[in-house]
Design a protein. Structure first.
Ligand code: ADP
Ligand code: MG
Ligand code: MG
Ligand code: MG
Length: 392
């Protein structure tokens, strides 16, 4: 298959491409639908109507549609995404879709169809609890972080790998939307008028803005491990026994606590949308993610480190302590930006009753603020429960 000049695919062209790639048997009756829900990419689902076997073709668009406008956005993110999926697959093939093919000029990734699973955010909103979700995500983060760090990989190789994941345009989106805009009166922000006094209090909070700025600086400067970069519950497919991480177009080398923090935050956002009696599985998931992460990461550190200085007494403890503190702060930023920033979550926006919704959002703002400013004093994942209750 020769590579083509970029053009956005149609359902017809996506089907023809799948046939050219030999992904279906000859003469298979194929049905193709564009199922993308984002503003950045097309996602084609192509299924053989007889065998029911399917594939996914994801294609980056050269622009992002946001509040009716659009701005140019690099197609290189498709290469980042397919390379990240392949890199993750070399460590944890059980937690990512198989990539069958990718093409840089078309900005496409052709991958395993995961339609038998459900997007975790949707399932969590419906009340599913996914008992293995946090065990799997804790292991996913521990292994991908360790093996792409200077302790799991030769320093020369790591520098080269990090170079292939330089992703300035997508990082800029996070820098703006997660770490900057929500803390200023910026026009990308989006919130109900009733929240204005609460939001203005955040904008006048110098301590909060300083701590958010420190977290942003860390995000910008710390090239520690290969991150997914957008690990919210909408980037995870799940069932009672399987978990698959998708959509790593924001992947880059960054601070180890970032993916953990985004995942924690999205569990908290779901907890914020529920009555007290239904919150426990979310907090249990936070505990379990951290427990599995630390035990898997520590075991790899002890048994597979390529650096002799990894054995320095106290170093592993310091790495884990810092990862936790950072994760708590990043979680706070994510909770705030998903409440008042540009991109919201259905967990909170989907609360039908306005009074309840505003109450949950005010709670989110107080919780997010304290996670950021008190991140160094949390001590353990039980601290999430304590702050959640204290900010109710
Ligand atoms: P975006 O970067 O635009 O958010 P995603 O990779 O998150 O794109 O995909 C958007 C949606 O497309 C997902 O929420 C899911 O419904 C569907 N999708 C993506 N990848 C797959 C897959 N491998 N199998 C089945 N559905 C998928
Ligand atoms: Mg659509
Ligand atoms: Mg997505
Ligand atoms: Mg995406």
């Amino acid at each position: 298959v020769q590579s083509a000049v970029y053009e956005p695919l149609t359902e017809q062209k996506a089907t023809a491409l799948a046939v050219r790639l030999g992904l279906f048997r000859d003469g298979a009756p194929l049905l193709c639908r564009e199922i993308g829900d984002g503003n950045l990419n097309l996602v084609f689902h192509i299924v053989d109507q007889e065998t029911k076997q399917g594939i996914i073709i994801k294609q980056a668009l050269p622009y992002a549609k946001v509040v009716g406008e659009s701005w140019p956005l690099t197609l290189k993110r498709a290469v980042i995404e397919s390379n990240a999926l392949r890199t993750f697959a070399s460590y944890v093939p059980q937690y990512v879709p198989n990539v069958y093919y990718s093409d840089e000029s078309l900005a496409i990734t052709v991958m395993e169809d995961l339609s038998h699973l459900q997007i975790a955010r949707k399932g969590l909103i419906e009340g599913k609890t996914y008992p293995l979700l946090s065990r799997h995500i804790g292991e996913f983060i521990a292994k991908t972080a360790f093996y792409t760090s200077d302790f799991g990989m030769n320093q020369q190789e790591k520098k080269k790998l990090a170079q292939s994941f330089v992703n300035p345009e997508l990082c800029k989106i996070t820098e703006d939307l997660v770490f900057t805009d929500p803390f200023f009166d910026h026009d990308t922000n989006n919130f109900e008028d009733e929240l204005r006094p609460d939001v203005e209090a955040l904008w006048e909070d110098d301590r909060l803005r300083l701590e958010a700025a420190k977290l942003k600086r860390k995000f910008l400067t710390e090239a520690d491990v290969l991150l997914h970069g957008d690990l919210h519950t909408g980037s995870i497919f799940a069932s009672d026994d399987e978990t698959k991480v998708i959509d790593p177009e924001f992947a880059f080398y960054g601070p180890i606590g970032f993916d953990l923090g985004q995942f924690f935050a999205n569990l908290l956002l779901n907890a914020l949308s529920r009555p007290e009696s239904e919150r426990r599985p979310l907090f249990d998931h936070i505990d379990q993610t951290w427990d599995v992460f630390t035990s898997v990461f520590s075991e790899l550190w002890r048994t597979e480190s390529v650096e002799t200085y990894a054995a320095t007494p106290g170093l592993l403890d310091e790495v884990l302590r810092q990862a936790f503190v950072d994760a708590v702060g990043f979680a706070g930023c994510e909770v705030i930006r998903r409440t008042i920033g540009l991109a919201h979550v259905a967990d909170l926006d989907g609360i039908d009753q306005k009074v309840e919704r505003l109450t949950a959002k005010r709670h989110a703002l107080r919780l997010g603020r304290r996670l950021i400013v008190e991140r160094a004093e949390l001590a353990g994942t039980d601290g999430f429960r304590r702050l959640f209750v204290e900010t109710e």
